[in-house]
Design a protein around this ligand. Structure first.
Ligand code: AMP
Ligand code: ZN
Length: 448
């Protein structure tokens, strides 16, 4: 078996993946902050790590623990609750539910553990106390900060030196900090905000602390792969490394840092703050989960990918074609192809699926099963052919009766020689997503 290679953001190189314990491979991916409906940029991250999880499961005989957290305490959630006049738990419950529905429609496997930040406050307080007692953190007026000067490797992941960081980054300015780059482990909450009693008064944890605590709890002080989008390298992942390595007196935290590139929209990063987002719910409704998944896998995970209707329409027609050779026969013989082992080269793998399709289309039954397995390996073909076709049908806005009535009118028009009216009817149906075909004196219809 050939080895899996991954681009490690720590070394900026493609490296052979060697797990600490092949009997229990460990993967942590930063999950959503549940304050607003997830968008297709978030879906890219979800799908990239879902494919990685699927590949690892095959390579290591399902001996993989995949942790993806839910951040349910955060300033953005507090803001959303004030803005929408809803209680915090109403927002976090509602968005978590939408997130789970989205994961299901994108056919993402459930992670092994999905810890919520608010269930780990005790451990977060313990880690904060421990960092203070070891001299890596200090308290000032109810705030606890991590002193970055105490960690000589700070900036190693993002490849920044402290001077770059001071000038380039958005850092929270505060007189309470010794160094402007120090980041918060614990901060005070006022009465109406969510808060927990602590040695430093009533307060709440900082975001970075959440992931250090939850990854250690479920994967240990050192684990294999930590993932997330590129935007998390700094400060989030840099700060996770600082907290965990200092507290545990270790040189390494995660051995491989894997980051997905941005999904852009008109070449700008898709993000809630820029307001250029398309929600997963909306995209899935318009195109289906499988089409969105295929589109998001159509470029290499390290590269940017631009979202546009053309991309989605192309993937839709690919899947429509592929479904001609769908079979639910399954020999469960999933093998990870060399192309996918090479840094999860999904565009290369999709090209290979096209080749398999072409071979299978010539009638080679063994290729047909291989083709189906290849699709299933990256999470496609989770709907039967009938479900896929029905889901397309349910998207059209007109009833079957209406279509048949229009076809009848068109036949009459043609019989009268009124071809322009017949053509109008065909165009009108086409605008509603219906194609009509005349064959051997019979007219049939199908969804575009
Ligand atoms: P958030 O809920 O904003 O913390 O994001 C959840 C995950 O989605 C993180 O791993 C982000 O890095 C990732 N993410 C957010 N926006 C994008 C984007 N436009 N393209 C790719 N990944 C993104
Ligand atoms: Zn995180």
């Amino acid at each position: 078996m050939n080895n899996l290679r991954l681009t490690n953001s720590l070394s900026k190189k493609k490296e052979i993946f060697k797990p600490i314990n092949p009997q229990n491979v460990s993967l942590y991916a930063c999950g959503p902050t549940v304050y607003d409906s997830p968008h297709v940029g978030n879906a890219r991250s979800l799908i990239v790590f879902d494919v990685l999880f699927r590949v690892l499961k095959i390579l290591y005989n399902s001996n993989v623990t995949y942790v993806r957290n839910i951040t349910d305490v955060d300033d953005k959630i507090i803001e959303a609750s004030k803005k929408n006049k809803k209680k915090i738990y109403e927002i976090t419950n509602e968005i978590t539910k939408i997130f789970h529905e989205n994961c299901e429609s994108l056919n993402c496997l459930k992670p092994s553990v999905e810890p919520k930040a608010t269930d780990h406050i005790k451990e977060m307080k313990e880690m904060t106390s421990s960092l203070i007692s070891k001299g890596f953190a200090y308290e000032n007026k109810g705030h606890v900060y991590f002193a970055i000067d105490k960690f000589k490797d700070y900036g190693k992941l993002s490849n920044k030196n402290l001077d770059d960081l001071k000038t380039g980054a958005r850092v929270e300015i505060s007189d309470l900090k010794k160094n402007p780059m120090d980041f918060v482990l614990w901060k005070p909450s006022n009465k109406e905000d969510p808060g927990w009693e602590s040695p430093w008064g009533r307060g709440r944890p900082g975001w970075h602390l959440e992931c250090s605590v939850m990854s250690e709890k479920y994967l240990g002080k050192r684990f294999d792969i930590h993932g997330g989008g590129l935007d998390l390298i700094f400060p989030h992942h840099e700060n996770e490394i600082a907290q965990s390595c200092c507290n545990n007196n270790t040189k390494n935290f995660a051995n491989y840092w894997v980051h997905n590139g941005f999904l852009t929209f008109n070449k700008e990063k898709m993000s809630k703050s820029l307001g250029n987002i398309i929600s997963i719910t909306k995209a899935v409704k318009k195109y289906s989960g499988q089409v969105v998944r295929l589109a998001l896998l159509s470029s290499h995970y390290t590269q940017p990918l631009d979202w546009n209707d053309q991309l989605l329409m192309n993937q839709e027609s690919v899947l429509k074609k592929w479904y001609n050779l769908y079979t639910n026969e399954n020999n469960n013989n999933y093998e990870v192809d060399e192309i996918l082992l090479d840094d999860l080269n999904t565009p290369g793998y999709i090209a290979k699926i096209h080749e398999l399709y072409n071979a299978a289309n010539k009638g080679d039954e063994s290729k047909r099963i291989k083709f189906n397995n290849a699709c299933k390996l990256i999470g496609l073909f989770n709907q039967s052919k009938k479900e896929w076709e029905d889901s397309k049908k349910s998207k059209i806005s007109v009833s079957e009766d209406y279509i048949l009535k229009k076809i009848e009118e068109r036949i009459k028009a043609k019989n009268k020689g009124d071809f322009s009216q017949a053509d109008e009817i065909r165009k009108e149906l086409s605008s509603k997503g219906i194609i009509i075909e005349d064959q051997k004196g019979k007219t049939t219809w199908k969804v575009k």
